[in-house]
Design a protein around this ligand. Structure first.
Ligand SMILES: Nc1ncnc2c1ncn2[C@@H]1O[C@H](COP(=O)(O)OP(=O)(O)OP(=O)(O)O)[C@@H](O)[C@H]1O
Length: 602
């Protein structure tokens, strides 16, 4: 490749220390009078409590790992129950919230020294991450200004009452395809499709996605109208009455009584359930419970490996703080579901075959669970904590009535932060894969990821030589050198589903843009703000190019792999050119990528 060409307050602070570990150090404390706190603070006003005394000590990059991708906000309302959790002190020398460090070739000392150097130089504090504000669904044609921070479901209701008297067509579509059920324990890429589920011509995708997935079977079967026939026995308790549930929901949605539009019920319906399940019902579909292992954690999610899949467990709607954060609400999850389902369509099973790729993580299934954490999950959580030192609260704190959404995802491998790249070939392929994925999603859905930091890019090794994708009708292949890449975490992403524009209004999260000067991730948020002029509903594919520039920086500054000084010069000149591109689509035309792209001849 030739790159040259191209609380509450004071009395509670002490207790708060245990659960506000992720807060940024060195931030001025913003105390809030109890009188000013209210339930609505959960959505609109976010209140900072004093950071833990220990947190005032500057963290090193070495311990910052997860925090950079965590959220910093703390929403406090009088309406939450306060449940302080007493975690045991971290084991010395462990990286908090980190995936296992690669063994063997991993140059631990070298990378540690590098991080220390970086800390001394540029990273004065953690990059702030977005607050979990509510999703906003806009509509290109609506001229009526929507309130800024109302729930998507409210907006759906708003639109229904004022415009169409129908639920959002995006949500309707999702409801129509609410039951995606993988066959339990089937290996990824298994090919035992049932003939009944293959009747639709929509399966004739031009895209050679890796292999037909379990999910496609269910989506296809839904197109056939065989929903109940093809739903296997997975967690049957909760989904006996899927159709009734969905019907009930649509009836509710045509009523003018907003109380009928219970977002939790909508979420259940979207997940093809009428009642929440128990964890063991869901997990036992994928593996023996004693085989569950934890593989990662985020501010909101605990990620467990179950068979060949990853189950990300996100607590919802509860009143206790989890990992220092107010829990996400059903309506927020509804939007995330719509977004991840929409990206699933890119896999070529449905819809726009002009644009297709398999580089966005596949959402295999979505489930709503209720209850305290299962013993098997607690045991997996504790094992991981023992090995890695969890930054999250111990899940035994969850009460019996706690609800969760379980995202059953394709296993995408390790995140770029912990993955050890071997050489320049792999690094270049990674860049081309990310660029192509963004280009495809831009073309299909005006997609912008808006938070593509190194924790949100997953990598794995396989025996592939190329990776296919289709961009604006043209099929292409990327040379992979055996590296597979998947993009995760669409919390900040913006997408135009064709019916709705889904985006997170980052103007309501000023902290996001106050990260340390010189920190590449923080600078990228700031550059996005410049580009969008803080108007986050609009389409600004340039933000994708900004994250590509960030990625080049990460490869140059934070990853060590076999490379020459010419390779480094080439990366630097690529970065300069990326600065001129207005989108990932433009970036994909960069001459330096051409050697890794093979025309599929279509
Ligand atoms: N599909 C997957 N395959 C492999 N690992 C995964 C997968 N999904 C999540 N993980 C692991 O779990 C971690 C947490 O996941 P994720 O970032 O989605 O959680 P989150 O709570 O949304 O994070 P954030 O703190 O950014 O909000 C990831 O960094 C990754 O290590």
């Amino acid at each position: 490749m030739d790159f040259n060409a191209g609380g509450k307050v004071a009395d509670q602070r002490q207790q708060c220390e245990a659960i506000y570990r992720r807060r940024k150090p060195n931030k001025p404390t913003q105390d809030v009078e109890p009188s000013k706190q209210s339930c609505s603070a959960r959505y609109v006003g976010r209140v900072s409590l004093a950071p833990a005394a220990g947190a005032l000590n500057r963290k090193t990059s070495w311990t910052r790992s997860l925090s950079t991708r965590g959220r910093t906000s703390v929403a406090v309302g009088v309406c939450f129950e306060y449940h302080p959790q007493h975690k045991e002190p971290k084991r010395k020398g462990k990286r908090k919230g980190k995936a296992a460090l690669p063994k063997g070739k991993y140059k631990f000392e070298e990378e540690k020294a590098y991080f220390q150097e970086v800390d001394a130089f540029e990273l004065l504090e953690e990059s702030p991450s977005p607050k979990p504000t509510t999703w906003v669904a806009g509509n290109q044609t609506d001229t009526v200004a929507l309130p800024k921070l109302c729930s998507p479901l409210d907006k759906w209701l708003f639109k229904k009452l004022n415009f169409t008297f129908e639920p959002s067509s995006t949500l309707s579509k999702i409801l129509q395809t609410s039951t995606m059920r993988p066959i339990p324990s089937e290996p990824i890429g298994g090919n035992n499709l049932k003939s009944s589920s293959l009747k639709t011509p929509k399966n004739s995708s031009k895209v050679n996605s890796r292999l037909p997935s379990a999910q496609s079977r269910f989506e296809l079967s839904l197109v056939d109208g065989n929903v109940l026939e093809t739903v296997p026995d997975v967690g049957n308790d909760g989904c006996e009455d899927i159709v009734a549930s969905v019907k009930k929901l649509s009836l509710a949605s045509s009523s003018s009584d907003s109380e009928d539009l219970d977002p939790f019920r909508a979420l259940l319906a979207v997940c093809g359930q009428s009642v929440p399940l128990k964890f063991r019902d869901v997990f036992s579909s994928y593996c023996d419970l004693d085989k569950i292992t934890k593989i990662g954690e985020g501010t909101f999610g605990e990620a467990f490996k179950a068979g060949n899949y990853v189950c990300k467990v996100v607590p919802i709607d509860g009143n206790i703080l989890v990992n220092g954060e107010v829990q996400k609400r059903s309506e927020e999850l509804l939007e995330e579901v719509v977004l991840s389902r929409t990206l699933n369509y890119l896999r070529g099973h449905e819809g726009d075959f002009q644009n297709a790729c398999t580089m966005f993580i596949e959402t295999i299934d979505l489930r709503v669970c209720q209850g305290s954490y299962d013993a098997a999950l607690i045991s997996a959580w504790e094992d991981w904590d023992e090995d890695h030192g969890s930054e999250n609260d111990h899940p035994k704190a969850f009460p019996d009535n706690q609800c969760y959404v379980v995202f059953v995802l394709e296993h995408g491998g390790k995140d770029l932060e912990s993955f050890v790249l071997r050489n320049t070939d792999e690094a270049q392929s990674l860049l081309v894969q990310v660029t192509a994925a963004l280009a495809v999603a831009e073309a299909a859905y005006e997609f912008e990821h808006r938070d593509l930091h190194w924790g949100n890019i997953l990598l794995s090794r396989n025996d592939s030589v190329t990776m296919p994708f289709t961009l604006e009708g043209k099929q292409m292949y990327i040379q992979t050198f055996g590296l597979g890449m998947s993009i995760i975490d669409f919390t900040l992403s913006r997408i135009n589903t064709g019916d709705d524009i889904l985006f997170l209004d980052l103007s309501s999260d000023p902290e996001l843009f106050k990260g340390p000067k010189g920190d590449k991730q923080s600078e990228t948020y700031r550059k996005m703000k410049e580009v969008t002029e803080d108007c986050w509903e609009g389409s600004f594919p340039r933000t994708n190019a900004l994250w590509l520039m960030y990625l080049v920086d990460v490869l140059l500054l934070k990853k060590s792999f076999e490379r020459t000084s010419k390779d480094e010069r080439d990366f630097r000149s690529l970065k300069k050119r990326l600065d001129k591109y207005q989108s990932a689509r433009e970036a994909l035309l960069d001459p330096s990528f051409s050697n890794l792209l093979v025309d599929g001849g279509i």
